[in-house]
Write a protein that binds this ligand. Structure first.
Ligand code: GRF
Length: 199
């Protein structure tokens, strides 16, 4: 089995995935950002890195087409979005239906979009967390695969809360990818998630 991981920046989830000893080859790490710091984690491990710079493409469709062509050179079983900050076109998302996943730093459907930790604190929620989901054309709205809960503390700031959520992301994302590689997770044609044999 093989994975392609897409990043835009820091790459801490990429690092957690690389350190997890997954039963898969990381065929390539691809970024829209030539300066993505997370590339360092791939290079350390001699994993192929590729840049598809969105700034070189006038239309979103053109960027997504170039990205898709690059990903498909590796024919991955799973495409993993790990802090990939570009909105993807329906054509792209449909092409990878059932083998494209994302991690989002909130308990979806609460707080889709950016700045989730500040918004969670402002809303006064007592439980926050992160979500791994299949990607569908509406951003942060795909079928949920797994979530991890993080209790909110009285004295939390967005930064402190983000750090605790990130710890859970680093645990949850490799776990879900492992389940997917083991054939335990499927997206049905009706858009439901089926999970077998995990606790
Ligand atoms: C994470 O919080 C992830 O949930 C969100 O973007 C952030 C990426 O962080 N989608 P990193 O690049 O993996 O460190």
């Amino acid at each position: 089995k093989s994975l392609v991981v897409l990043i835009s920046g820091r790459g801490s989830n990429l690092r957690a995935i690389l350190d997890a000893g997954l039963p898969a080859r990381i065929a390539a790490v691809i970024s829209n950002n030539p300066g993505a710091a997370g590339f360092a984690f791939a290079r350390e491990r001699n994993i192929v890195t590729r840049v598809v710079d969105h700034r070189g493409h006038a239309r979103r469709e053109d960027f997504d087409g170039a990205l898709q062509a690059t990903i498909d050179e590796y024919a991955p079983d799973l495409v993993v979005l790990a802090g990939f900050m570009r909105v993807l076109t329906p054509a792209f998302v449909t092409h990878y239906q059932g083998r494209l996943i994302n991690i989002h730093p909130s308990l979806l459907p609460l707080f889709p979009g950016l700045d989730t930790h500040r918004r969670a604190l402002a809303a006064g929620v007592r439980i926050h967390g992160c979500t791994v989901h299949f990607v569908t054309p509406t951003v942060d709205h795909g079928p949920i695969i797994a979530q991890a809960a993080v209790p909110v503390r009285e004295d939390d700031t967005p930064e402190v809360l983000a750090a605790r959520v990130l710890e859970q992301e680093h645990r949850l994302y490799p776990q879900v990818i492992r389940w997917f590689l083991e054939g335990r997770i499927h997206l049905t044609p009706e858009g439901r998630v089926e999970v077998h044999g995990v606790d």
